[in-house]
Design a protein around this ligand. Sequence first.
Ligand code: ACO
Length: 156
Amino acid sequence: MKKGPDRQIRRLLTGEKIPYYLLLLADETTEGINRYIYESDIYIIENEGRFIAVYVLQPVDSSVIEIKNIAVDREYQGQGIGLSLLSDAIRRAGEEGYSEIIIGTADLAARQISLYEKAGFKKYAIKKDFYLRLYPDPIIENGVQLRDMVMLKKVL
Ligand code: ACO
């Protein structure tokens, strides 16, 4: 298979299995994923019949679209695939006529935030207590409880 970030990204077709095992790398719970997945388009990268990367786009309104989930199989992380998924999402959103693309992550998720900034996103808002309100159990990462979500956007 191709090495590096130039692998083919395609839309998941109706009837294909939703790759929860990947989506759960980026979202704590299946219930959390099910809140947006049925009103979203799913894009994947496949290798030897197995999905290895995913991103999910959900329109917010006629001008804004959100990347609700982005994940790369652990085995393939750090090879530039995440950045190429972001570039693909940005290109697609522009082609579909949206004027802005947004993405949110935990305010403590420094590595994700720096990746999104590398792709041209800029911080514009904090969703206070997002993780407390939407998830029944505390989410602990690196020993710290997640509370707030930071939102980043890119004007297209
Ligand atoms: N966790 C968080 N960020 C990572 C990780 C990781 N395990 N691995 C790499 N990154 C970030 C870093 O900023 C890294 O840069 P650095 O090496 O200078 O620190 C950069 O990504 C590397 O870029 P890519 O190789 O293009 O990224 P990759 O293919 O690894 O994909 C992604 C990045 C999607 C964050 C991936 O690591 C992953 O699936 N992590 C777990 C799931 C996740 O946290 N998803 C985002 C949640 S927010 C949301 O979904 C809207």
